[in-house]
Design a protein around this ligand. Sequence first.
Ligand code: AMP
Length: 396
Amino acid sequence: MNSIQALNFKGKKVLIRVDFNVPLDDTFKVTDNTRIQSAKATILKVLEDGGSCILMSHLGRPKAKEPEFSLRHIVPTVEDVIGVKVLFSEDCIGSEAQEKAAALKPGQVLLLENLRYHKEEQAGDLSFARQLSDLADFYINDAFGTAHRAHASTTIVAQFFQNSKCFGYLLSKEIESIDKVMRSGEKPVLAILGGAKISSKITIIENILDKIDHLIIGGGMSFTFIKAQGGQIGDSICEDDKLDLASEILRQAEAKGVSVHLPVDVLAADDFSNTANTQVVDISAIPAQWQGLDCGPRTQVHFHDVVQQCKTILWNGPLGVFEMETFSTGTIALGNAIAEATQKGTFSLVGGGDSVAAVKQFGFQDKVSYVSTGGGAMLESLEGQTLPGIAAMQSN
Ligand code: AMP
């Protein structure tokens, strides 16, 4: 498959799967246009080459054709972002879509109505996908956020574009970034896993142990490991049915030569509240009725040092309950440490759920190498799964 950069779209009608699943306010105005911005480079490449774009996306989770989920709401924002007038089709298939697509001239953009107004989209229906494909002569997938779904527009449609499909710039960058961590990254490679639960990260840990040199385990999930090693964790969050598993992971890591770094101290609170009483205690000596809600100062220094030693870093999951200011210090300190390393040439990838929210909340998005746009898709990639939307592009 060709890279988008190497292709010329002159005279081509290009069907582009974008992720315009953006948040809207009560008056249906877009409140965060990041996803539209992310698709801009691909759209402009096609237009500047002398092609035309047929954009398709889902928005929200409509059960029927509920007007609040119409992509018509976002037309002015797309026009603002790409600086080109955007035509709209009231349906993504059928006569209006066909006529408007057929009439498109080079340099023009057509946005199709919400794909999920048709249940065939999520069902991965072949005939629905064929109707989408009939609108264009080339297909670009630039929606990482849905690449882990075998939906009609993300996966099934690709088979109708033999040798005439490619990834967009955004999806290429996502694939390249994950590849740097999982396959081609400069050593030492560090993975930082935080967040609430070990159970949601097990498959990731098992998959990455062969690829990394250091593993930092922080946040709520660290307490299961500390308890498994005999520590007193008070009322801290813990998955008691995963204690053996935690010990097994530590054994596996040692056997594979991975250095595991757990917190050594913790900011403990007497209540799950921003205004709770707090004290810094040893991670293995948390008093009864107290719970660890952030990593402590000695841990922050230790994690800083590990981060500075590494050349490739993956960060998934906060180190504390960062949503409450009192317990956000550890996550902010880690963000600063990663920013410092990145500035010195380390490649840093942040992805998957709450770590992206934390990075944005504290303004680190421009200080790390890459922030992934796909939560579920990113996690499945780290688990070692081949995403259907990516596999479909790689087979002719
Ligand atoms: P996850 O979705 O598994 O990445 O978990 C993210 C959530 O973990 C965030 O909402 C954090 O508030 C929460 N979290 C992080 N550290 C702790 C902790 N020590 N105790 C309870 N929750 C935590």
